[in-house]
Ligand binder design. Structure first.
Ligand SMILES: *Cc1c(COP(=O)(O)O)cnc(C)c1O
Length: 225
């Protein structure tokens, strides 16, 4: 079942009313139709996230005329061979899923073809679940961050994480993960002398993420059903 326009409008309003000044909503539109994305765009929303390069590239191409101010965010695993396709997406604004140093190096190498700069979130594995990707310790995170100099078209904006999925107490676990990300954020911000944002919180745990000061909550399910 999909929501009609009035239902979408009230969902959006309800969520936006919970966002503090420096917290933003990323609508995760993976598997949703282009009409559903356009409906939220027409309600004034601009930030949309996808987790597969192919799907992102197709949607971006189809929506570039009707949604000219859209800002696309990549939030899923990125295979090296898909990097050129990813960086050629119209209105690609950020990549939240940069999960190792090799990927940073490959993005930098491919970035000379970019006309606009792209924001990067380094993904940190706070849950330590084996299937989750991301940096595993502060030293490797900092090493990757230092590769992103201010001159490059690929700019360090922040850190991203996901809370633990397999747990009997997801609220406690989510809070632990978000606090862990904040510790790394504060350390990095101090070591690099620059502000670092956070991307954390999904439909099930976004309220906890906002309490922990998340700058970007990534919400899919609760906005579409
Ligand atoms: C799917 C997804 C989300 C959104 O999850 P919902 O539970 O649908 O809100 C957020 N972040 C990432 C990385 C995702 O893959």
């Amino acid at each position: 079942m999909t929501l009609n326009k009035e239902e979408k409008a009230s969902k959006l309003k309800a969520i936006k009313s919970q966002l503090p000044a420096d917290s933003h909503l990323l609508i995760v539109s993976k598997t949703r139709s282009e009409d559903e994305i356009r409906a939220y765009y027409e309600l004034g929303h601009r930030d949309f996230g996808e987790n597969r390069v192919q799907e992102l590239a197709e949607k971006a191409e189809h929506l570039k005329l009707t949604c000219p101010d859209i800002r696309w965010h990549m939030i899923g695993n990125i295979q090296s061979k898909k990097i050129p396709q990813l960086l050629s997406v119209h209105h690609l604004w950020a990549i939240h899923s940069v999960d190792d140093k090799e990927l940073v190096q490959k993005l930098l190498k491919a970035s000379d073809k970019l006309t606009d700069s792209v924001n990067i979130f380094l993904q940190y594995n706070t849950s330590k679940e084996v299937e989750k990707s991301g940096f595993e310790d502060y030293a490797s995170l900092k090493e990757a961050a230092l590769l992103l100099s201010s001159q490059s078209k690929i700019k360090l904006l922040g850190l991203m994480t996901m809370g633990t999925v397999r747990t009997d107490d997801f609220e406690t676990e989510a809070r632990r993960c978000f606090k862990d990300l904040n510790r790394n954020k504060n350390q990095l911000s101090s070591d690099l002398s620059k502000p670092i944002k956070t991307s954390m919180g999904m439909s099930q745990d976004y309220k906890i993420a906002l309490e922990e000061g998340s700058n970007w909550v990534r919400l899919g399910t609760m906005l579409f059903q």
